[in-house]
Ligand binder design. Sequence first.
Ligand code: ADP
Length: 556
Amino acid sequence: MTSPLYGQMMDVPLLASSLLSHAARHFGDTEIVSRRIEGDIHRYTYRDCEKRAKQLAQALIALGVEPGDRIGTLAWNGYRHLECYYGTTGMGAVCHTINPRLFPDQIAFIIDHADDAYVCFDMTFAPLVDIIAPQCPKVKGWIALGDASCIGEHLGQYLGNMEQPVLSYETLVTAQDGNYEWPQFDERTASFLCYTSGTTGNPKGALYSHRSTVLHAYGAALPDAMGASSSDSILPVVPMFHVNAWGIPHAAPLVGAKLVFPGKDLDGKSLYELMESEGVTYSAGVPTVWLALLNYMKQADVRFSTLKRTVIGGSACPPAMLRTFEDDYGVEVIHAWGMTEMSPLGTLARLSWKQKQRSPDEQRASREKQGHVIFGVDMKIVGEEGQELPWDGRAFGDLYVRGPWVIDRYFRRDESPLVDGWFPTGDVSTIDADGFMHITDRSKDVIKSGGEWISSIDLENIAVSHPQVAEAACIACSHPKWTERPLIVAVLRPDATLTRDELLAYYDGKVAKWWVPDDVVFADELPHTATGKLQKLRLREIYRNHVLPDVAEKAV
Ligand code: ADP
């Protein structure tokens, strides 16, 4: 029954398959280029990609995969992974991307929890599959992303004693003709499943819908978001196993952009060479990969000839990195914030007309923040009594979000994480009068000194802006009078001579006196999570018994 109040427009469901169909039909010749794990460069077009995604859908149906079944992927960024994205979701199954950098036990937990029917894997992960397969008895088969000969090469050493069958992706796909129409179904049907990395406890699943995937792709492509265009050549360094590579595999076909996939080689030299040879104009990744790329470029004394913009997010982009990209290499940095539970995009630091009238220093200060929401996400900050805090750029509190691409609950967990319809991000931030959000901390990493909060991220950013510091973390150290005080754990660059006192003196005039860290310790390296973030929990454990200098003096 149609209501007399309804508009009279076509009721076309928002389905992931429509993104690829659009690109295949309207940008059919646009290239998708991949550095394969086989070592060579593979190129084909959106038209070819759709045909093979349809062949995959047919192959899955032939294997007995039903709509709603989960198909896991353990794969690098590449064309076969893209086919998995669209072949699975296109036929109504759920594409479950798995982070291979997690511990094998966590991966096995995730595959079992998601009840994956099949898992597609790049051959680099054959040793991993060998370890986890016995812990995943519900998986019906493992699909190697290669032809039959590549499985043969590994049989015996790995995959030889597996109970479940190991199938060749190429054999499955090429057996089908691709004569297949994408089915139309309810846009609220599940599309992708991504697990958070779970720094504490087991990982939790965020189950996206076709509707949320397509809306997020629209939002991501907007000019004040990623601003992707058909004139771009986009290289996502952010892995397709990390929150759908921030939506690039969906936003690129939506606008018809060329896609360039780096495969497993994410070192500075490999990335630089691929960017240059494929005319890459746009990229996206976490700060750690950019650190490697910038180091390589400095050593090799090379410059970008086509790269114009890059999105940096996943953890705070150090202002020093933003400066290097822009001042030394002429590449615009777009600082972005989001999380798995938000598909992931929430805010991006792109300036409004009003902000662009201000001084260069003021503009840069705004662009160092995490930025403005995209339409589709609303946010608020809340104080300790649950009261909403003002947007004055100073008050900081717990950050809440809501919107059509924010989760409502976690996969296979009954309790709702929402508070009055808002999702608590676990981040602490300020929001200024421009609506620019600035993350000061994860709530569990905040340093509480004498009842006031100190931002560990701000103190880390200052440390890494010192030319002799390669990486730094700031953690809370217990203090009898102030409860907690900041401690810096720093990794120095090779040949550095910087001392503790010199680094502490470097804070003078950059922050309020009571924010200056109480101590510095130097380490050879810092622990990171599977998504490249600092593992502060582990650092707090390591330095639990660290005694701050003024406490030690008083004890004497
Ligand atoms: P995981 O939860 O799996 O580690 P996510 O990518 O979902 O991975 O992590 C989301 C969290 O990462 C955010 O809640 C925030 O704490 C942090 N984060 C993401 N982007 C930024 C950013 N630009 N600045 C500071 N923190 C960020």
